[in-house]
Design a binder for this molecule. Sequence first.
Ligand code: APR
Length: 238
Amino acid sequence: MKKLVILTGAGMSAESGISTFRDSDGLWEKYRVEEVATPEGFAANPELVLDFYNQRRRELLKTAPNAGHTGLAELEKYFEVFIITQNIDNLHERAGSKHIIHLHGELMKSRSTAYPYTVYDLDPEAPDIRLGDKDEKGYQLRPHVVWFGESVPMIEPAIELARQADIFVVIGTSLNVYPAAGLLHYVPKGTPIYLIDPKDVDAHRSDVHFIKAGASEGVKQLAALLLKQEGTNTNGTV
Ligand code: APR
C-alpha cells in the first residue's frame, strides 16, 4: 500500500464548528497570543490561560468530526495513511484515523509543569484544569499543548514521514507556523502534493496540485482523484 501522509491545520476542523486562528473571525482576533499561548503568559496569569483552554475543551466536547475527517479515515482502506496534525482537537481520532501525530499537543490531555513527559488523559465529564490541580509530586498541571517558543518534540518523526511519503496532502493550514509549515520542504521532488483550502495558500513550491474547497468537499474530490489514479473505485474493486 502507498504511504499517504497528510498535514492538517485548523481549517480541517472548521466545518465541525471549531474556530481557525487567522481567518477573519479567528481565535487570534479575539485573544492576544502572548497572553494565552506562551509560557510567559502562563507564568504571568495561569488562571487566564487555564480558562482559555478550559473553554476550548468544553467547545470541543460539543463538536463532532466532519466529512473531511471521516473521509480521511475511509482512505485507510486503500492507503497506509499517516496524519500529522497541528490541531489539538481529537476529531481525527474520533473519526477513526489510526496513525496520528499531534505536533502542537492535545487538548484532552494535561501534563506536569515540572515533568513534561508526565501526561494525563482528561475526563470528558470533568474536563477543566484548575489552579491547584497537581501531579503526584505536587506540581501544578497545565494543558498538554505546545505554546509559542516551546519545542515541538514530534517534529522529527513528522519529518521522517514527509520524506517517506508516496503522496503528500496539506489540508486547512495557512502554513504560517514553523516547524510544521516547513514539512513541505522535506517532501521529495516528484512526490505528488495536493493542497485543500478554500483560499489561496502560498506553499512555496510550484509542484502543488490545489483543490480549492473546504475540507469535506475537498477530501471527497481528493479521494476520487487518488482512487482513480490507483485504479480503484470507491466500492473497493480494482
Ligand atoms: N476547510 C479547509 N480549510 C479551511 C476551511 C475549511 N472549511 N476554513 C478555513 N480554512 C483554511 C484557511 O483558509 C486557512 O488557510 O484553514 C487555514 C487556517 O489557517 P490558520 O487559522 O492559520 O490555522 P493553522 O494553519 O492550523 O495554524 C497553525 O498556529 O496558532 C498556531 O498552534 C496554532 O496549530 C496552530 C498553528
